[in-house]
Ligand binder design. Sequence first.
Ligand code: MG
Length: 280
Amino acid sequence: MMRLMLKHFLSPKFIVPALVVGAAVALTAADAVKKSLGYEATSPLIPGTKWHVHDGTRPVPPVVTPAATFSHLAPPPSDATVLFDGKDLSKWKSGKGDAGWKIEGGYMEVAPKSGSIQTKDSFADFQLHLEFATPAKVDGNSQGRGNSGVLFNGVYEVQVLDSYENPTYPDGQCAALYGQSPPLANASKKPGEWQSYDIIWESPRWDADGKIAKKAAVTVIHNGVVVHHRKEYLGNTPHQNNGNYNKPHAPEVFIQLQDHNNPMRFRNIWLRSLRQYDQP
Ligand code: MG
C-alpha cells in the first residue's frame, strides 16, 4: 500500500499539478508585495494605457548594470550655461528666497525641509547634464528612500530615487516620468555612488486658443543607458492623479530640484540651449 501511495505521489500526474499550485502561490505572494507598493485601487487610469497612476502591478523595468562612469564629471562645452560648479548656489533660489541647501566638497546637499530649489533663469529647449547621489546610508524604503526629482517649471518631473534593490511602483522609480511612464531600464547605481542624468528637454507649446499644440517631451540617459527616447509627458505630474495641459506657460521653464526630505546630493549641472536646424 505504502509503495503504491509513494508511486502515486512521484507520478508526473501528481508532481506537475503540485508544481503548478506551488508556482501559483509564489506568484500570488509576489503580486501581493507589488500591490502593497502601489495605488491602483485608488488612482485613475492613465489615458492610453491599461495602468492606473502608481500601479504596483505594472511591469518592472529590467535592471541594467551601468558602467563605472559615463558622463560623470563631464566638463561643460563652450556654449553651455553652468548652473552649478560645486562652489555656490548663485544661479538658484528657493520658492521664498535664497536657496538654503548646503555646499560641501564640490556638491550641494538637500537640507531637508528647507524646500525645493530652482534656477533663477528659464530656458526653452535644451540639453541638461547633472549628477546626483542618494544617501550612502540606506534609510527608509520605496518612495521614502533617496527621493528627489528634476522638475521642469516645477510641474514635469523626472524622478530621482534610490532605486537600487528598492521596489516601488514602477512609474515612481528612478528616472520615471512620475506617475506616467516607468523608465525603459533600471540603470541605478548603488547608494552613495554618483549617477549621471543627460536629459534633452523639449518644451510644450500651445496654440493661440490655449489648446496644446506640442506636448513636452524628454530624452533621458541615466548612467549611459537610454531610459526615455523623446517620450511625451501626458501633462504635469501630480501624485496619484493624471496631469493635463490646462495651464499654458511660456516655453522658457525653470529647473527645479526637489526637497523630498532626504539628504540628496547634486553636482556638475550645466545646460546647452538647442537651436533649430538651419536657424540663421
Ligand atoms: Mg520625487
